[in-house]
Design a protein around this ligand. Structure first.
Ligand code: SF4
Length: 257
């Protein structure tokens, strides 16, 4: 539930247009909430974030002030994004829970459709669990003409499924939400950049993601609840690779109208 402290409100009106569901309006020089039958809040927090006088609060509000910019924010972010690479050469030890949790605590701020925040994570670092997942995935690949060679290579001793990653992190969400793939994709992208900033290498676990949606035995092995599906995943480990240059990319293709 949203609360507006009339004493603090200065009537700037910022909360009115920022609310995606138009729950606010101005009456005189004070912000008001629409009638309960028209009030449809998704707890996005835009109103809390935009208010200059801290007049808006939500039940269970855990908001904190935005730290001041350092002045190099945009350049650092661009550098981080442009130097991210898919890492497939890892140190043998799993990524520590502490390192992962620090990144996940930030990645949970990735946007989700209607602010539902339904994403859950599953982290595997037990070698037996990783092998079981890789075995099931490789077995499924054998039945797919386009990727059977990956399965054959795996059973011949060349792990192109998990690339020897000591940690596998999967992201799952409700199947009934049509935007779960986008929600998980955004969260994974946030997370990958945060991990990159900490020297943790990652590659999208594409084979496992697809197999987890199509192989019942793999779903069972992962312990997925009915109605949930894997839409994102990363093979992870402390990177053994050092990159020195930023390879080119195709130019932006865009139509302006
Ligand atoms: Fe009042 Fe804050 Fe809304 Fe401005 S943003 S109108 S101060 S509640």
């Amino acid at each position: 539930m949203i609360h507006v402290d009339a004493e603090r409100c200065i009537g700037c009106g910022s909360c009115v247009p920022t609310c995606p569901l138009r729950d606010f309006f101005l009456e005189g020089d004070k912000a008001r909430l629409v009638e309960p039958d028209k009030f449809v809040c998704i707890d996005c927090g835009h109103c809390v974030s935009v208010c200059p006088t801290d007049a808006v609060s939500m039940d269970g509000d855990t908001s904190v002030p935005i730290p001041p910019e350092t002045g190099v924010f945009a350049q650092d972010l661009a550098r981080l994004m442009m130097t991210r690479r898919s890492v497939r050469d890892f140190e043998p030890e799993p990524v520590s829970r502490e390192d992962l949790m620090q990144a996940l605590e930030v990645a949970r701020y990735a946007p989700t459709a209607r602010n539902l925040q339904e994403i859950m994570w599953l982290c595997l670092s037990d070698p037996g669990e990783l092998k079981a997942v890789a075995d099931l995935t490789a077995g499924w690949l054998l039945d797919n003409p386009a990727s059977a060679h990956v399965g054959r290579a795996y059973f011949a001793g060349e792990d192109r499924v998990l690339r020897g990653a000591p940690t596998l992190l999967l992201c799952h969400a409700p199947e009934e939400n049509l935007l779960s793939p986008q929600d998980c994709g955004a969260a994974i992208s946030y997370l990958e950049l945060l991990l990159h900033a900490r020297g943790i290498g990652a590659t999208w676990a594409g084979y496992v993601i697809n197999a987890a949606r199509q192989v019942p035995a793999l779903r069972e092995r992962l312990g997925l609840e009915p109605g949930r599906a894997v839409y994102g995943g990363l093979m992870l480990g402390y990177s053994r690779e050092t990159y020195r240059r930023i390879p080119g990319r195709k130019p932006v293709r865009i139509v302006w109208k």
